[in-house]
Design a protein around this ligand. Structure first.
Ligand SMILES: NC(=O)C1=CN([C@@H]2O[C@H](COP(=O)(O)OP(=O)(O)OC[C@H]3O[C@@H](n4cnc5c(N)ncnc54)[C@H](O)[C@@H]3O)[C@@H](O)[C@H]2O)C=CC1
Ligand SMILES: O=C(CO)COP(=O)(O)O
Length: 312
């Protein structure tokens, strides 16, 4: 299986490093020059990675990994539909498209005549993958045969892929945990303490399940790497941009606007869907309001603490 990676940011770059240590792979990215990845300081791409600024050079690839920010995926896949159609597409982004309310797999499935798209998601910081540290991810695809082929083609001795057919559960786990990570960052930034963060993560997980199950996900997927696993990682590590963004919000300190923080747009998308479909998502709704500036930090905390007491 010939593999191409689109997007030479942190995650695309890290996947190229990991796969390029084992087999040939092509990496395309905007403004990619030389063999360094701007988002991965100190990392050099292995020899087996062919770097190209020309998108047409990925034409021979059988499998294409799309490591772009979620909000760029819809326009990108539509603009390059002819090149992408017929290939095994693997979405490597975490989020919900704000304009359509669709996840990455659902967006890629709109390329008519294509194969069943897959999603690669789970607890994995690009910096860890690039350093060759052990990582486990979920590869979800409704086509079991294709899913197994991708699982084997994309696994390495330190990058272990677990297979699933629950694409909705896998993509929603990765999308929703970023919203909870922002909220967890707010809790820590505002000085509310580790106990409050544990409560927030637990109630956030309940909210993730409620939303995902309403959209057809399987509960065991949410309990796996792409849900619970990634929730724990992202809510507890300073390496997470979503967590750090929330921390800055909670502490009222500046945050580098050039960083990709997927939970911001995803919180808005999820809050809109939850309101329309009547799904109780208090944390996501509050994060959406906080990042929009329609509620103050004090009011947001107060509103979550004064919800009616109920059964767990
Ligand atoms: N960084 C990480 O540790 C991980 C990131 N992810 C996911 O990977 C996705 C990408 O994130 P990162 O690589 O971290 O972000 P990044 O900000 O490091 O890189 C994004 C890349 O996409 C490119 N890009 C943006 N818009 C584009 C467009 N319209 N056309 C072509 N290229 C475009 C940018 O130039 C940049 O190179 C996100 O959904 C993120 O949640 C998943 C797992 C780990
Ligand atoms: O998804 C990630 C880890 O699994 C990366 O998290 P951030 O996007 O918050 O940095």
């Amino acid at each position: 299986m010939k593999i191409a990676i689109l997007g030479a940011g942190a995650f695309g770059g890290a996947l190229a490093v990991a796969l390029g240590r084992e087999r040939p792979v092509t990496l395309w990215g905007r403004g990619l020059e030389g063999r360094q990845i701007a988002r991965l300081p100190g990392i050099t791409l292995p020899e087996a990675v062919s770097v190209t600024p020309d998108l047409a050079a990925i034409a021979p690839a059988d499998a294409v990994l799309l490591a772009l920010p979620m909000q760029a995926l819809s326009a990108f896949s539509a603009d390059h539909a002819t090149l992408l159609r017929g290939k095994a597409l693997v979405a490597c982004c975490k989020g919900v498209d704000l304009r359509t309310g669709l996840g990455p797999v659902e967006l890629l499935a709109q390329l008519e005549g294509g194969r069943a798209p897959a999603v690669l998601t789970g607890p994995s910081f690009a910096a860890d993958i690039a350093r060759g540290l052990p990582t486990a991810l979920t590869l979800a695809c409704t086509d079991e045969t294709l899913g197994a082929q991708l699982q084997h083609a994309l696994s390495t001795p330190v990058l272990r892929l677990y297979r699933s057919t629950d694409v909705i559960g896998a993509e929603l786990g990765g999308a929703l945990k970023n919203i909870v990570a922002i909220a967890a960052g707010v809790v820590i930034g505002a000085g509310l303490g580790d106990s409050a963060r544990a409560a927030l993560m637990t109630r956030g997980y309940a909210e993730m399940q409620r939303f995902a199950l309403a959209r057809g996900a399987r509960p065991e997927t949410l309990a796996g790497l792409s849900g619970f696993g990634d929730l724990v990682l992202t809510c507890t590590s300073q390496l997470s941009r979503n967590f750090r963004f929330g921390q800055a919000l909670g502490a009222a300190t500046p945050f580098d606007a050039s960083q990709t923080v997927e939970g911001v747009a995803t919180a808005k998308a999820v809050a809109q869907i939850a309101a329309k479909d009547g799904i109780d998502m208090p944390i996501s709704t509050m994060v959406a309001a906080l990042v929009d500036g329609t509620v103050t930090l004090g009011a947001a905390i107060q509103s979550l603490l004064t919800r009616p007491l109920k059964q767990e």
